[in-house]
Design a protein. Structure first.
Length: 152
């Protein structure tokens, strides 16, 4: 059976009360370590750039972005709880972020992804991102990042 994200929950804008849940979700699902302060700084820089996906009362996914330049947005963090993956939640969060970027007159989006994160790279490629170059030793464990980019 195909499950549609709208049947699981909904997207809403992040509020500071979500900080603990988001930090814990980040540190369960992403390989870099994030503190609440880091996430709060992202929120303060551009409050509407963080959106959460709520199923029942639980936050099961979120996206956080930034303005990289006056015309370029950037996806900083995107994560979905393991048991909620491949249901379209990641796509819904990304589409929502694209809309926010368009409303802010941004023209393109960039992101960095670990070069060995095949699942995320395939996901981003499917949504029109292409690799522009490799950034050697980008992450704290010295692994490489791929810089991926697409027009909006
Ligand atoms: C990358 C990530 C955010 C994707 O989230 P997701 O909610 O699984 O994303 P979606 O469900 O929208 O899409 C994932 C796949 O499921 C498929 N899918 C989506 N809805 C589906 C459905 N109803 N039934 C079956 N498959 C479905 C999509 O086609 C997609 O396939 P693809 O990866 O081959 O393109 C998630 O895997 C994740 O949190 N990974 C760990 C953190 C991470 O690596 N983040 C990125 C760091 S840069």
């Amino acid at each position: 059976m195909v499950v549609r994200p709208a049947e699981i929950g909904r997207i809403r804008t992040f509020i500071p009360d979500d900080l603990t849940d988001i930090t814990e979700l980040s540190n369960r699902t992403l390989t870099e370590y994030y503190t609440p302060d880091i996430i709060y700084d992202i929120y303060r820089a551009w409050p509407e750039s963080i959106s959460v996906y709520v199923a029942g009362k639980r936050i099961v996914g979120f996206i956080a972005g930034a303005k990289y330049t006056r015309t370029e947005g950037r996806i900083l963090l995107l994560a979905v709880e393991r048991e909620y993956r491949t249901m379209g939640i990641g796509s819904a969060l990304m589409e929502h972020f694209f809309e926010i970027c368009r409303k802010n007159s941004l023209l393109s989006i960039r992101l960095e992804v670990k070069s060995d994160n095949a699942e995320a790279i395939r996901f981003y490629r499917r949504y029109g991102f292409s690799v522009t170059h490799t950034m050697p030793g980008y992450y704290s464990d010295m692994s490489d990042a791929l810089l991926m980019w697409r027009m909006l």
